[in-house]
Design a protein around this ligand. Structure first.
Ligand code: 17E
Ligand code: FE2
Length: 417
């Protein structure tokens, strides 16, 4: 197959991308007749090619459960946790039921050009059937999606009586990443212990770490400093992610200045979830209401890696969501005051290269000769318009095969101008 007249995201000019089997064979300046005689030549007419989107933070075991057994009335993180806990008692799902929901959600993500996903999985359920389901899903979807599993002690590592035992079991079963939720533990001390424990387990089992960290509008919630400092001391920052960190939006600037000195040295990754946290945070504020998003712009300016994720597809925390990450980027740029030209034209890095770094995808990611032919095409020839129009993914190519093709909507207008 040859993709003719492609624009490569962030690069000038037009290119012909020749794909041989599963590999990108060559990328050469566009020539008018390069595809002659090749039935598999696709003229992209300057449309943008990128590496596949990376979803660095979703909860696939929760997907498509919103409203059962009840809707989240307060819209808060904490009511979400309560509802999920109730649901586990009331709705007796089998492993197969969980798999079916996760597969439906993954299909939505594939449709939107995602080929790499990190999903958190609740390991507070003593049967660990959610993890069993997702371990099977991970294998089954391999031809279309790379899946990383985070063992998340959703009901607390020390708050849940069996939290620690279940987390360790989940890691032995094959979870790739150690999770945590320190702001949900009963005391600050338990929260600190849970972060330290997560890092210890990551070292012991050679796993990555991704903590739900400070997902609360409490300016006193300071587990991020513990996570960053411990990762720095252990020298494993590149394997550690702080997710949500919404409390950072409420920290005072003097403290934040000091915190940033640690973050710059620690080299940990951040995931912000703009749609989910705009919805979940500020729920206990009267006016003025906080946005509840971490300091994305400032982190990026400090050279810290940040990616964007969706968090939820219709679950007790968030009632909407369909897997579309360009939409997350568009909203996130607004929410983080990043709607300046430079941030708009580089914004898709938030859901491509930055996410890939977070997941630890070291090799073979990117539109480059010799890499796997895993790439997507979006329906625009401009980085700026990609955001403004939220350009749809028109092709997703995996191992040299087109796995998604979308025909853009066609509109006829009967107006005189
Ligand atoms: N669990 C949690 O603690 N926070 C969230 N935002 C979601 C699940 C979706
Ligand atoms: Fe989350």
């Amino acid at each position: 197959m040859i993709l003719q007249n492609a624009k490569i995201y962030g690069q000038a000019g037009k290119w012909d991308i020749a794909i041989n089997g599963e590999e990108i064979k060559s990328i050469t300046p566009a020539a008018n007749n390069s595809g002659d005689g090749d039935d598999n030549a696709v003229d992209l007419n300057g449309k943008i090619v990128l590496p596949p989107f990376v979803e660095p933070h979703i909860h696939l075991d929760y997907a498509l459960t919103a409203g059962t057994p009840r809707w989240n009335k307060s819209g808060s993180v904490f009511e979400g946790i309560e509802i999920w806990s109730e649901r586990k008692q009331i709705v007796k799902e089998t492993k197969e039921d969980i798999k079916q929901r996760a597969l439906k959600a993954i299909k939505m993500q594939i449709k939107h050009g995602i080929q790499h996903v990190r999903t958190h999985v609740d390991v507070s359920d003593p049967t660990l059937k959610g993890l069993e389901a997702l371990l099977e899903v991970k294998e089954e979807v391999k031809p279309w999606m790379d899946v990383q599993l985070v063992a998340l002690p959703q009901e607390g590592l020390y708050t849940h009586p069996k939290g620690e035992e279940l987390l360790e079991k989940a890691l032995k079963m094959g979870a790739d990443v150690v999770g945590g939720i320190p702001h949900y533990e009963l005391t600050r001390e338990d929260g600190v212990r849970s972060v330290i424990k997560a890092l210890e387990l990551a070292e012991k089992y050679e796993k990555l770490v991704d903590i739900h960290c400070d997902e609360i509008d409490d300016e006193q919630s300071r587990y991020l400093e513990v996570l960053a400092a411990e990762a720095l001391k252990l020298g494993i920052g590149d394997r550690v992610t702080a997710s949500h960190t919404t409390a950072m939006a409420s920290y005072n600037d003097a403290y934040t200045y000091k915190l940033f000195q640690t973050l710059k040295k620690a080299n940990i990754h951040f995931v912000a979830l703009p749609k989910a946290n705009l919805h979940l945070q500020g729920r206990f504020d009267n006016y003025p209401k906080r946005r509840g998003l971490t300091r994305v712009k400032e982190l990026l300016e400090a050279g810290v890696n940040v990616s964007f994720g969706l968090d939820s597809i219709m679950d007790p925390w968030y009632p909407l969501g369909d897997g579309n990450l360009i939409h997350v980027v568009e909203i996130g740029l607004h929410a983080c005051h990043m709607t300046d030209y430079d941030n708009i034209v580089t914004a898709l890095e938030l859901i491509t290269t930055n996410g890939a770094k977070t997941l630890g995808i070291k090799e073979g990611y990117g539109v480059k000769e010799g890499n796997k032919a895993n790439l997507i095409v979006i329906d625009t020839d401009s980085e700026y318009e990609a955001i403004r129009t939220q350009a749809p993914v028109i092709y997703s190519i995996r191992n040299g095969e087109i796995i998604v093709e979308t025909k853009p909507a066609e509109t006829t207008m009967n107006v005189p101008f």
